[in-house]
Design a protein around this ligand. Structure first.
Ligand code: NAD
Ligand code: 0WE
Length: 259
């Protein structure tokens, strides 16, 4: 029997078969979890419906997190299907393309900062607020972060402060929801070639550098990140909340170079 048997999860952030959220969904389905999905817009609707069919014909709903109405509609629809909800996976990040390359101060602007923080950070507590009445003791909220939250990484730019804000949201949400037995955690994943990463200038070079120096001397897969999403979502992690777990082949522990 799977360790998520009897649980029901809302999965956000699938855009392709390379998405971290799809890696997580496959592991969670295998472990017995019932799934519902959201997709950002009509462009990826049919693709996400196809993925949902592969893991048991789950409910699929549109949700652009810049819209409170769409967020509310998701939980209204979900509440007709399910009385309660055990897991929300937040796997969403975005900054305007022009924010993601170039010198930090030359690149950052008010509009880009607003959008990056709104979509990449605020949307996590926004989902918790809207879904709050369906969450009960032993529910678990999980989000995806990156090392740029804690270190200055070239070209990650305003996404760094946005991920730092997201990680602070993990702690504030965990402190607030803990009294109800609801846990909130983040996973800081190593670089993976998903849609959110291709087209980032110099990503290939960054990836090969990473594979050379990471303690495990390799990148991580969406399945490896998905395994930890499934673990944090499960009662195996009942003592963990407010935590950021690194799934990065050990990269973040390094100070300098190769040993
Ligand atoms: P991805 O492109 O597959 O997923 C990003 C998702 O964000 C997409 O599904 C997209 O539809 C969604 N999204 C963007 N704007 C949205 C909006 N306004 N409303 C609703 N959804 C929106 O890429 P991914 O790598 O799977 O990214 C998932 C998460 O993992 C992101 O938070 C990302 O920052 C994080 N992450 C990625 C890496 C990496 O190297 N790929 C590393 C660490 C963390
Ligand atoms: O969080 C991310 C990527 C987030 C992202 C990606 C895009 C590309 C398309 C946010 N907004 C956009 N906007 C677009 O228009 N990652 C963790 C992947 C990533 O991005 C980097 C990285 C890594 C790793 C950028 C620079 C350096 C490393």
């Amino acid at each position: 029997m799977g360790f998520l048997e009897g649980k029901k999860a809302l999965i956000t952030g699938i855009a392709s078969d390379r998405s971290i959220a799809w890696g997580a969904a496959q592991v969670m389905a295998r472990e017995g979890c019932e799934l519902a999905f959201t997709y950002q817009g009509d462009k990826i609707k049919d693709r996400v419906i196809g993925f949902a069919k592969q893991v048991g014909n789950s409910l699929c709903m549109p949700m652009d997190v810049t819209s409170d109405e769409q967020i509310d509609a998701v939980f209204r629809t979900l509440n007709k299907e399910w009385d309660d909800l055990d897991v929300i996976l937040h796997s969403i990040g975005f900054a305007p393309r022009d924010q993601m390359s170039g010198n930090y101060l030359e690149t950052i602007n008010r509009e880009g900062s607003h959008i990056a923080h709104d979509i990449s950070s605020y949307s996590f507590p926004a989902l918790a607020k809207a879904g709050r009445s369906m969450l009960k003791a032993n529910s678990s909220l999980v989000t995806l972060s990156y090392l740029g939250a804690a270190r200055a990484i070239p070209n990650y730019n305003v996404m760094g402060p946005a991920k730092a804000s997201l990680e602070a949201n993990v702690r504030f949400m965990a402190a607030d929801l803990g009294k109800h037995g609801i846990r909130v955690n983040g996973i800081s994943a190593g670089p993976i070639k998903t849609l959110a990463a291709v087209g980032i200038g110099g990503f290939r070079g960054m990836m090969s550098q990473f594979e050379k120096v990471a303690p495990l001397r390799r990148a991580v897969t969406t399945e490896e990140v998905g395994n930890v999403v499934a673990f944090l979502s499960s009662d195996l992690a009942s003592g963990i909340t407010g935590e950021i777990v690194y799934v990065d082949a050990g990269y973040n522990i390094l100070g300098f170079g190769i040993n």
